[in-house]
Design a protein around this ligand. Structure first.
Ligand SMILES: Nc1nc2c(c(=O)[nH]1)N[C@H]1C(S)=C(S)[C@@H](COP(=O)(O)OP(=O)(O)OC[C@H]3O[C@@H](n4cnc5c(=O)[nH]c(N)nc54)[C@H](O)[C@@H]3O)O[C@H]1N2
Ligand SMILES: Nc1nc2c(c(=O)[nH]1)N[C@H]1C(S)=C(S)[C@@H](COP(=O)(O)OP(=O)(O)OC[C@H]3O[C@@H](n4cnc5c(=O)[nH]c(N)nc54)[C@H](O)[C@@H]3O)O[C@H]1N2
Ligand code: SF4
Ligand SMILES: [Mo]
Length: 716
């Protein structure tokens, strides 16, 4: 008999409600949940195509052991789980005995953040291994936000979200809601929220080097900026607001500190001066400063287009300041903290005035550990280090060979690893280097709650889902795999079936804060409880975590970075006018490096990743639509085709990431449409990441472009 199950999507942050029609443990159809109390029938085609991922014949179904040498075409043979757990553990143990604990490292990618039990298990796993070198995809997309909130609010887990519903004015930096559905704010169908904000009279600007799809007459205007110069635009807005008396001195006196140092930092950067670097007309900067500063309410948000720049932490600081000094922090229509079912703001608390807690000595100089993570861009260096090399790596739901800067260099480093264990749902470009490939369940094959949006939900709610279908073949959940490797290393017996009950206990305890538990959620309609709405009035007394409960308007920790900001400004001033800067370009047909194996999404126009160029730049270089071109810089070079894109600001080129599956023999569709790995053009190693946050520098990267005459080398 066919049954309909309530579940929710765990691919990106909105966690849209879904209905799954299931017959005989087979998923017949996935549909948007029209009656869902929060997503109300919204779901995008990534979520609705999750059935294609579930049923993909290229999915990893059984554990696989490598049987060819590294550096040669990968071949694998099937193994039992017993042998796979024992083999994965034995390799880790051998490396520990030979080189010590620090030779074992971990790489944690994006999807496991949407997996409540998986997240919990990996923390326990790496702690039990006494593993100190952990890398995460956060240093590719948001580590600057953790570092910024630590310094300004005293905690990495406090990120006030824009109250779009009530706002009169919004500035959205480096984010494309129509395509990405946003990050660090969880709201289904964000475009509808922008539309209704505009209808309610709000003025909205999308600050971006590209006239993005999100900006329309119904949703807000595009404000074109030169890549990686947002810091100076934000500084100019603050400068102009201060000059015209729009800072709320009473709020600053009551809740802030170090405001004079903030004033000193922004002093040189007025609207006229910064135009040279940002490309934004001074009248427009002054107009926005005046409108924002005098609006009844105004809110801000920024995302990966800024995070991935060279100064993401300073940008997040100034973003907080735009909101704070104008009295919009904790104000209706401004930015509000959305607590949700658990008081998570305290979980990331850290005293950044204590240098011992902040700087961690390493072979590569002092560095920070941001929410447990070292700079991902040092992974190849740490693998190749003569003194203390990483020799074994456990990769959990990540595809660093395609998602990180470094291209060929990273590939060479991976070839030298003595032991690589990869937990994935596919055999990816990274998986091709594995000694053990461990097949995981996908979101439809596991019970879960929507943990990812905690603390950032527009409409706070918590949803539980059972597994929609029991796992296919030998696929297993991450908590089970990691738990068993941990037990094998500790000489303990393997996990039993009844342990599956225990794993939800910690989640139950967390839910207890909202007087909820899994059983209550199971019994609720749509397995969902909608929590009280986000309200202003608690930020300064309840949520902020600095020792004195004051907002740090200019954290002393930033001193060196503030000096560098001046140096970078000078470099930008001196940059030749025709310099081309590379930015990222997401599409709705992919999810970072995955979803590439879904044939139905490989529509015309989606079968490779061309370089998008502004018409004037293409014309100057004699390049036309569809021409074969070479894109290069000191980091690497790739070959692709040109796509003339009128949306781009002159001086900017854009390309989608996650492509480059020419060698990925485990992915038949992706290999048929390989595209190229744009990350071969991004820097790696010391100097390629922001010191304050470990965030990799991934946008605004200078490149050169020419018609392809000579055969390419490098690339991937
Ligand atoms: N140039 C450029 N590079 C970028 C970006 C960019 O904008 N431009 N964006 C970056 C961003 S925002 C991020 S977050 C990082 C992401 O970096 P990664 O996390 O390394 O990359 P993903 O492609 O998200 O890969 C996740 C892997 O998880 C697997 N997977 C999916 N679901 C599951 C699951 O349930 N369990 C397990 N075990 N595996 C699963 C997929 O098959 C895939 O191989 O990359 C970044 N790289
Ligand atoms: N369809 C789809 N959805 C996704 C993902 C996906 O791969 N595909 N990935 C998910 C993940 S892991 C994340 S983190 C989120 C990311 O969500 P978003 O941050 O919204 O990601 P993007 O759509 O890449 O938007 C980044 C924007 O920044 C702009 N930009 C680039 N450089 C600069 C700059 O220097 N200054 C300014 N002001 N803007 C700049 C780009 O033009 C782009 O429009 O999306 C999630 N959702
Ligand atoms: S917007 Fe994100 S959460 Fe919603 S259906 Fe699409 S992929 Fe899933
Ligand atoms: Mo991301």
């Amino acid at each position: 008999m066919q049954k309909t199950r309530h579940t929710f999507c765990r691919i990106c942050e909105p966690s849209c409600g879904l209905l799954a029609d299931v017959q005989d443990n087979k998923l017949v159809r996935l549909r948007p949940d029209n009656e869902h109390p929060v997503s109300r029938g919204y779901a995008c085609h990534k979520g609705l195509n999750a059935h294609a991922v579930l049923n993909d014949p290229d999915r990893l179904d059984v554990p696989m052991q490598r049987c060819s040498d590294k550096g040669t075409q990968a071949t694998f043979k099937a193994a039992s789980w017993e042998d796979a757990i024992a083999g994965a553990a034995a390799g880790i143990q051998a490396v520990r005995e030979k080189y010590g604990h620090d030779a074992v490292a971990g790489f944690v990618g994006n999807p496991v953040a949407f997996n409540a039990l998986g997240t919990q298990a990996l923390t326990s796993f790496f702690m039990s291994l006494a593993c100190r070198r952990i890398f995460t995809s956060a240093t590719q997309d948001c580590a600057n936000k953790f570092a910024g909130s630590e310094a300004v609010f005293g905690t990495s887990t406090l990120h006030p979200i824009p109250d779009l519903e009530h706002t009169r004015y919004a500035l959205i930096f480096g984010e494309n809601p129509k395509v990405s559905h946003m990050s660090f704010v969880s709201m289904p169908d964000p475009v509808a929220r922008f539309r209704s904000a505009v209808k309610n009279g709000a003025r909205i600007w999308f600050v971006n080097p590209r006239r993005i799809e999100s900006a329309t007459s119904a949703t807000g205007e595009a404000l074109l900026i030169r890549p990686d110069t947002d810091l100076y635009f934000m500084a100019a807005l603050l400068h102009e607001m201060d000059r015209t008396g729009l800072w709320k001195q009473d709020v600053i006196d009551r809740h802030g500190k170090h405001a004079s140092a903030l004033r000193a930092f922004i002093k040189p950067w007025d609207a006229d001066t910064t135009e040279q670097v940002t490309g934004i007309a001074p009248e427009l900067t002054r107009q926005i400063a005046s409108e924002f500063g005098s609006a009844e309410s105004a809110c801000v948000h920024m995302s990966t287009g800024i995070n991935m720049g060279g100064q993401g932490t300073l940008c997040y600081w100034l973003l907080h300041m735009l909101c704070f000094v104008t009295g919009n922090l904790d104000r209706r229509g401004g930015n509000l903290y959305s607590q949700g079912f658990y008081p998570a703001a305290a979980a990331g608390r850290i005293d950044v005035t204590d240098p011992g807690r902040i700087w961690f000595p390493s072979d590569f100089g002092d560095m920070r550990v941001i929410r447990g993570a070292l700079p991902g861009n040092l992974l190849p260096d740490m693998i190749e280090s003569a003194k203390t090399p990483v020799r074994a790596l456990v990769v959990i739901s990540a595809n660093p060979l395609l998602s990180m800067g470094g291209g060929e260099r990273l590939r060479k480093a991976f070839e030298t690893l003595e032991h690589l264990v990869v937990l994935d749902i596919y055999r990816t470009a990274t998986g091709d280097y594995a000694d053990w490939l461990l097949p995981c369940t996908d979101m439809l094959e596991r019970a879960d709650i929507n943990i990812c949006g905690l603390g950032m939900q527009h409409t706070p709610h918590v949803q539980y889902t059972d597994a929609v279908v029991t796992p296919r073949a030998q696929r297993r959940e991450e908590w089970w795999i990691l738990g068993n490797i941990e037990r094998a290393l500790g000489g303990r017996p393997p996990l039993q079936d009844e342990d599956s009950e225990k794993v939800f206990r910690r989640i139950d305890r967390m839910l207890g804060h909202a007087e909820l538990c899994i059983e209550k959620l199971r019994a609720a309609p749509h397995h969902t409880e909608v929590l009280p709405p986000v309200e202003p009035g608690h930020f300064y007394e309840k949520y902020i975590q600095t020792g004195d409960q004051r907002v740090d308007c200019c954290p002393p920790l930033f001193a060196d970075a503030l000096q560098s900001a001046h140096d970078i400004y000078k470099e930008l001033q001196q940059e030749p006018a025709e310099t081309l800067k590379l930015i990222n370009l997401r599409t709705i047909y992919m999810q970072n490096s995955w979803y590439h194996n879904i044939e139905s999404l490989k529509r015309p126009g989606q079968q490779d990743n061309p370089l998008h160029m502004a018409p004037a730049d293409a014309q100057r270089l004699g390049i036309r639509q569809g021409d074969r071109i070479r894109v290069f810089n000191t980091n690497g070079q790739i070959e692709t085709t040109a796509c003339i894109d009128e949306r781009l600001r002159q001086g900017t080129v854009a390309m989608s990431h996650g492509w480059g599956n020419r060698h990925s023999s485990g992915l038949r569709v992706a290999r048929k449409f390989p595209g190229v790995n744009v990350n071969a053009l991004l820097p790696t190693g010391p100097g390629s990441y922001e010191k304050l946050s470990n965030q990799a520098h991934m946008t605004g990267i200078p490149v050169e472009v020419c018609l392809d005459a000579a055969p390419a080398s490098g690339g991937f």
